[in-house]
Design a protein around this ligand. Sequence first.
Ligand code: SAM
Ligand code: SF4
Length: 327
Amino acid sequence: MQLLDTFGRVHTDLRVSLTDRCNLRCAYCMPAEGLSWLAKPELLTDDEVLRLVRVAVGLGIREVRFTGGEPLLRPGLAGIVAAVAQLRPRPEISLTTNGIGLERMAPALVAAGLDRVNVSLDTVNRETFVRLSRRDRLDDVLAGLAGVAAAGLAPVKVNAVLLRGVNDVEAVELLDYCLARGYQLRFIEAMPLDAQHAWDRSRLVAAEEIHDRLSAAFSLTPAVDRGSAPAETWLVDGGPARVGIIASVTRPFCAACDRVRLTADGQVRNCLFARTESDLRDSMRAGATDADLARRWVKAVLPKKAGHGINDPTFIQPTRPMSAIGG
Ligand code: SAM
Ligand code: SF4
């Protein structure tokens, strides 16, 4: 059995949200206040997460990325990573994090078997950081980035989202910062996945504009064919340094998508923008066998839509925000 949809896409990349909670409130993701969290009994336990990851690996998953919310807030993270590293075939294990606390945790995560990390950093200016994330934590994020590089996880990847009128003019400065430290920067177009449903195309800084802004300061030459990787990549000033742009909205890469998602409360989603989910948690708690869970998972992936449809007039934003789905 494998995770195949009706368009022939085989899914090998699993994103696991370990919590919907976060210690930042990035404007493109969450409202400043008033977002309620999943209750603890609704969340998968560490053992339940591991069981479902094991089932997924049996279905051909080769990369497991832990995300959230903020995955470093999950107390059992290092133990989960260590247990996933024992699975055979061993999947590649990665983490997407805002970096707060990473300085302290990086050595334990690397020892547990973490292979790769993406840290989100949208600005290197403190005032912009506070405005964007509504918390004064830039120094913690920068320390987390330095900590992960010191722990030997190369290349350190940085994810950045630009918002018009907030940090769009800082793209070059951010790339300068990353180049100076050997971090690989990727810009991601803001998608309509914010909890407050305030996404607005006029605030979207599109890939083409990001490319133009960077080209004013650097010489960009297209790098390799992107395959199923969402980022289009350019060599910066002849290389070897690179910069990526993920044009999720303006140049969708759905035809090559190989991702499937598991929410912190045990729902399989075949797309970030899916309007339905398949419950594995209650089935598991009601005594489903691994074979039952695998069958449910296969069935959940099969009807995945051809594309996310953001640019269709009939598009409806999913009810669950990115922070609860796992970005
Ligand atoms: N808290 C962690 C972090 O920020 O890296 C992990 C979860 S976060 C939802 C994962 C990634 O999604 C981050 O890189 C974040 O910038 C990105 N993201 C969040 N909301 C987004 C949106 N509406 N559009 C595009 N990317 C978004
Ligand atoms: Fe938190 Fe990540 Fe969302 Fe920012 S993008 S609010 S760090 S979950």
